[in-house]
Design a protein around this ligand. Structure first.
Ligand code: EPU
Length: 418
């Protein structure tokens, strides 16, 4: 088994490039199913979730090539109506986008329940509610989802009961070709949603988002496109937590400051110096950061995908803080790992209180993608050698983490298993 070995306690200096956003590249890749022609997609991160999504489409008959310079050339013209790649589908949350895309393309979708990071229930009833309101028949039995449109889908108004990135994206994907205007209310407005809308509109769709409402006017066909994925806000913010834990002065290139501004303002109050200009952010942190208390919430507020890394950062502050997790109330597996390092953490329901802690190196297990990033953060800031197992979770979403951290002066190595 692969293992990350981190010798912590070294400040970080230098410059790294932030990649394309995993969580928008994923729906964009599945959305190529709506375009039966060649698409060229730039700034695609080379992470395992992306590689597995492309593999699913290839198993269904797509031709695709992802190059070292982050360009995906994909053509789904010959994709068959049957969904294939069940094993990969059941490991990945984003494979749920096969529901909306195949409903649009083939008028049916039959697939295993999508998997994904394991931090509690990941229901899909809002996705199915949207498909049903458009006129599809949906059922779930023995771990499989079946969606069928025996008649033409009809445009309608759909109000989500809960703000959901996945449901918003899936309903948009299902509505692209539906005659008339489908209105979706109470939608997620994460940059990944806008990235997908932008991609579809570039290909000829007619979709408009105004606040938490999306208007999708059905079109007959989409055409071939060249498109560039937005920068990954969570990758950028994760590296900022690393600098906070270690202190230092780094420059991040290829970021979109608008997407990270809310969290940068919190970092500034903690004592970070952040200068953002054009698509770069220079981030400096010293040894005497103050703590902060936050609550996770849908964009534009504090992202749940930064909660674990932020907890690690709080351990290194003068007065710690509290985190209330309002999106995935059981996303706390990382806390047991931080406790192995001596972190002083108290958890009650969906709130953790992190006290400033003198961490010691330890042998740790990543339990999911962001939990893994949190352990990297804690290990980089702690004097001595820590080891992190289950690296497979971390490579789902962070491209070349070892190379990027090393180029900043962090002492990190990937030990290959037998
Ligand atoms: N929810 C429902 N019913 C539904 C759908 C969602 O109750 O039908 C609830 C969820 O249980 C959760 C909340 O709504 O409490 C938000 O879930 P959402 O649907 O927005 O999450 P998702 O689409 O499954 C995506 C990202 C996650 C990220 C969340 C929240 C992808 C592939 N995944 O998941 O990313 O945490 O949005 O922003 O885009 C990650 O990158 O590490 C990751 C887990």
């Amino acid at each position: 088994m692969e293992q990350l070995v981190i010798n912590g306690g070294h400040s970080l200096y230098g410059e790294i490039a932030i990649g394309g956003m995993k969580n928008s590249a994923l729906p964009v890749i599945f959305a190529t199913l709506l375009i039966k022609d060649e698409c060229v997609i730039y700034n695609v991160p080379l992470v395992s979730d992306i590689i597995n999504s492309i593999e699913i489409l290839k198993q269904m008959g797509a031709k695709a090539e992802l190059t070292e310079n982050h360009t995906l050339i994909i053509n789904t013209r010959d994709v068959q109506d049957e969904i294939k790649g069940y094993e990969l589908i059941s490991k990945m949350r984003a494979s749920s986008y096969l529901m909306g895309t195949m409903l649009s393309r083939a008028k049916k979708a039959y697939l295993p329940m999508p998997g994904g990071c394991n931090f509690g229930a990941r229901p899909i009833e809002q996705h199915l509610k949207g498909f049903s309101m458009l006129g599809a028949n949906c059922s779930c039995e023995n771990g499989f989802i079946s969606i069928n449109a025996s008649k033409l889908l009809k445009s309608t108004k759909i109000t989500l009961d809960k703000i959901s990135v996945g449901a918003t994206i899936n309903i948009v994907l299902a509505s692209v070709f539906v005659e008339g205007v489908t209105v979706i209310e109470n939608v997620a407005i994460e940059p990944h949603v806008d990235d997908l809308i932008c991609f579809l509109n570039t290909a000829g769709a007619k979709i408009l988002r105004v606040g938490r409402k999306i208007y999708c006017e059905g079109v007959k066909k989409l055409h071939s496109v060249r498109y560039r994925i937005f920068p990954d806000m969570i990758e950028a913010l994760t590296y900022m937590t690393f600098v906070g834990a270690c202190s230092g002065d780094i420059n991040l290139t290829g970021v979109n400051y608008e997407h990270i501004k809310y969290v940068c303002d919190i970092f500034r109050k903690m004592g970070f110096e952040i200068d953002a200009y054009y698509d770069e952010a220079r981030v400096k942190a010293g040894k005497n950061l103050v703590g902060a208390s936050i609550e996770t919430a849908p964009y534009p507020l504090f992202p749940t995908d930064l909660h674990p890394q932020f907890s690690s950062l709080l351990c290194f502050t003068k007065d710690g803080g509290e985190i209330k997790e309002s999106i995935f109330p059981t996303r706390f597996a990382y806390a047991y790992e931080l406790e192995k390092m001596g972190a002083k953490i108290k958890r009650e329901d969906n709130v953790v209180k992190i006290n400033p802690s003198n961490l010691s190196p330890a042998s740790l297990d990543a339990t999911d993608l962001r939990a893994g990033a949190a352990l990297v953060c804690a290990s980089l800031g702690t004097n001595g050698t820590s080891r992190i197992n289950n690296v497979n979770y971390i490579v789902r979403g962070y491209e070349n983490l070892v190379g990027k951290v090393s180029s900043l002066g962090g002492k990190i190595k990937l030990l290959k298993g037998e």
